[in-house]
Design a protein around this ligand. Structure first.
Ligand code: SF4
Ligand code: SF4
Length: 667
């Protein structure tokens, strides 16, 4: 009778689970197509490392606790499978296995159940005492922890009773269950053991099947989707944005979930709500409206609300109104101001244990605002006009572009007679402070005998800011012009001093058929020092030097060592590191077009980073990006009495090569 009842509820539970999974997961089909099945073996390997091995999860101090729950879950899945099968066929159980194997399994189950119990208790304590983010103390989170704990307790209870009844031998294979058995014997008379066994068995069955059916409706949906999400991750660095095709009648950007890709939608089901992205996000952690975790959650909520209708109508649904993803910030909506807060630093994607791609989604929503609705912060109007009309953010006349070098004897780039194009960039050409870096760099290159030329007044902005800001139409126009120019001049090797130019020329222009060998000046200078073509004097005059990683050089392009090696050679001492460094570095606040926007909410990102740098008590903060230079200099001005200097690494090298290079003058 009991067996028949169990078979009935198991069948209903499995059918309900399958139906719920289908109903929810099939919603991703409203998203647009995207190919994520190339390099299957590499994908499988990465999945084993990151999903099964939990590499990113355990890289953070508290991650080990989650790792323990996950690995124990994998092992205990076997025990649960046996539990369900033996519920239908009582004669089928692991007791049929050879004794050593059976004992080994029982031992594993005992240990894993205890480890899970302890990890669940620690997780509950952490949420209560020191929650990782606001809202982590949710009822749902506690409920799930309680359910997992109940499953473990029921397991021990059941095994304990079986041992107490003599149905299982009390061997060394079940050390913890033996203890439970001993305890049960002291509190229950033998006549009650059968009833107790039944209670534990049914408690285990009901909680297990209930949990299974609750899963698709909870944040623990990630148990099902996180592993495939890792398999389907972007196998390349997410350091460029998808190109758009500008044809009449096309709609651009994303305002509804159906315009995201199916992978974007799968991302939304895979979030573990660990809060790491928001902890790393410079916008979220300085009090802006943007919260990458909440954005992913908003996409999920919007999909759950609108997906079924969208699926039915095959995308033929009103784009605006209640289906819009962008709105007042209620359930399933993203506030516009939040979207404009992103610095495109990529910190969120770097820490996400399940490889959710936040940044491309933000840029897609920005594209909709700019290109479809012409809705963007007022300050950007000037920027867009200046870029369009004069191809630089300040709207300076093109003839002004080469003035920084008027006292220098620079050559124009000419294929055959110059090896490299030195792409100076708008900041290097127009910004007073960064012009000094351009001069320093040319002096370093001259000292090493590098063959290079510039484009002079013919150089145009690479378009980095407009692309990250979502003005893809303008970027497309600018990129086509520069690509055409490079092709006609035969440019193949480029040196940049700006990581934004570096990444745009290297990664974005590929989409326009231009494959360049782009070298950031830190890499080239490092190579020149190693080859003995530059011999800096290892000057100590810079004092304690702390280095700040630019997001677009470091995190987006993985150049971490070259600037540090250069600084070691040029200063003769170890480089100081901030608390958040390399792939965990905190943004200066200028990327993603934020260089051209005021910060109206929270505390300034650059001040946060400056405080972190000054905590190392440096005489010099060293940067390798013109935007970082501006943000650090501005931030340090806000610190009363600070005498800390900000230098680009090219300046440090120039100054340590020969005192004759001083002073670095620009016009
Ligand atoms: S890219 Fe940077 S600023 Fe943008 S959401 Fe991610 S962490 Fe935040
Ligand atoms: S998006 Fe990734 S990092 Fe952010 S909360 Fe979700 S799982 Fe964690």
């Amino acid at each position: 009778m009991e067996q028949t009842f169990f078979i009935a509820i198991l069948t209903i539970s499995l059918a309900g689970f399958a139906f719920s999974c289908y109903r929810r997961l099939s919603l991703v089909s409203v998203g647009r197509g995207e190919y994520r099945f190339d390099r299957p073996l590499d994908r499988l390997k990465e999945m084993l490392i990151y999903a099964v091995g939990q590499k990113r999860v355990v890289s953070r101090p508290f991650g080990l606790n989650h790792g323990i729950i996950f690995w124990a879950f994998l092992v205990l899945s076997l025990a649960n499978l046996e539990f369900l099968v033996s519920g239908i066929f009582p004669a089928v159980s692991f007791t049929l296995l050879p004794a050593p194997l059976h004992d080994a399994l029982l031992f594993l189950f005992d240990i894993c159940s205890l480890a899970t119990l302890m990890a669940v208790a620690i997780a509950a304590l952490r949420r209560t005492v020191n929650p990782p983010f606001n809202g982590a103390r949710s009822f749902e989170a506690y409920c799930i922890l309680a359910v997992i704990a109940t499953l473990m307790l029921a397991y021990f209870g059941l095994n304990g009773v079986r041992i107490a009844q003599g149905m299982l031998p009390a061997t060394s294979a079940t050390p913890l269950s033996n203890l439970v058995a001993a305890f049960i014997k002291t509190i229950l008379p033998t006549a009650k053991l059968e009833t107790a066994g039944s209670v534990f068995w049914w408690a285990h069955a009901v909680v297990l099947l209930g949990f299974m059916n609750f899963l698709p409706y909870s944040k623990h949906m990630h148990i099902l989707t996180a592993t495939p999400n890792v398999f389907l991750r972007n196998m390349d660095k997410c350091n460029t944005q998808e190109r758009e095709t500008f044809l009449e009648g096309n709609s651009f950007g994303v305002a509804t979930v159906e315009r995201l890709s199916w992978k974007d939608l799968l991302d939304s089901f895979s979030c573990t709500e660990c809060g790491r992205c928001q902890q790393s996000c410079p916008a979220a952690s300085t009090g802006k409206l943007l919260n990458p975790r909440e954005m992913i959650h908003a996409i999920k909520e919007n999909l759950l609300e609108n997906g079924a209708v969208m699926k039915k109508l095959s995308g033929d649904i009103e784009a605006e109104g209640h289906t819009s993803l962008i709105g007042s910030g209620n359930r399933g909506k993203m506030k516009e101001a939040a979207l404009w807060s992103c610095t495109s630093c990529g910190a969120c994607m770097e820490v996400c244990p399940v490889f959710i791609e936040h940044l491309p989604k933000i840029v897609k929503m920005r594209r909709h605002l700019v290109q479809m609705d012409a809705r963007f912060p007022d300050e950007l109007l000037n920027l867009f006009e200046n870029m369009e009309q004069r191809s630089n953010p300040w709207g300076m006349a093109p003839s002004e572009r080469s003035k920084w070098s008027s006292q220098l004897d620079l050559r124009l780039f000419e294929v055959g007679s110059t090896e490299y194009l030195l792409f100076v960039g708008c900041s290097g050409a127009f910004d007073a402070r960064n012009k000094q870096v351009s001069v320093a760099l040319t002096r370093v290159l001259d000292a090493a005998g590098v063959s290079y030329g510039v484009l002079g007044k013919e150089e145009k902005c690479c378009g980095d800011s407009v692309r990250r800001l979502g003005n893809e139409y303008l970027f497309d126009k600018m990129a086509k012009e520069t690509v055409q120019q490079f092709l006609s001049k035969g440019v193949t090797k480029v040196i940049t001093q700006c990581p934004h130019c570096f990444t745009t020329l290297k990664n974005d222009y590929r989409q326009y058929g231009l494959e360049l060998e782009v070298t950031h000046h830190s890499e080239l200078i490092n190579d020149l020092i190693k080859a003995g073509k530059l011999q800096p004097a290892a000057s100590a005059k810079f004092g304690r030097v702390v280095f700040h990683d630019s997001c677009y050089l470091g995190r987006h392009n993985e150049v971490y060592e070259a600037p540090r090696d250069v600084l070691r050679a040029a200063t003769g001492r170890e480089v100081l590191e901030m608390g958040r460094t390399r792939e965990n570095a905190f943004c200066c606040g200028a990327g993603g077009g934020r260089m051209w926007l005021e910060e109206h909410e929270g505390t300034p990102i650059n001040c946060n980073r400056v405080q972190e740098a000054l905590a190392q008590q440096p005489e010099t903060v060293c940067v390798s990006c013109p935007f970082c230079m501006t943000m650090f200099e501005d931030g340090i001005k806000e610190v009363p009495g600070s005498t800390t200097q900000v230098r680009d690494i090219a300046e440090v090298v120039a100054l340590s090569l020969q005192p004759a290079f001083l002073p670095l003058s620009t016009s």
